[in-house]
Write a protein that binds this ligand. Structure first.
Ligand code: ZN
Length: 68
């Protein structure tokens, strides 16, 4: 998967609003200060089953991949 495809996958599950990452499934948010903690979804959130339960870490990995 190239970095563009990774970013598309990321942005289908998450959004960045006012400096916080927002789950597009349950609309819960997490600040960057909590980036080392697992994202807590609402019960039954469809995005909650994704492996990317740490969206900031996942985003960082995409950046690292892009920059090599
Ligand atoms: Zn969610």
């Amino acid at each position: 998967m190239d970095s563009n495809q990774r970013m598309i996958t990321w942005s289908s599950a998450w959004a960045l609003v006012e400096g916080q990452v927002v789950c597009t499934g349950c609309m819960r948010t997490q600040t960057i200060l909590e980036s080392d903690k697992p994202f807590i979804h609402e019960p039954g959130c469809i995005t909650g089953g994704e492996s990317a339960s740490m969206p900031w870490v996942h985003l960082h990995e995409i950046l690292d991949f892009e920059r090599g």
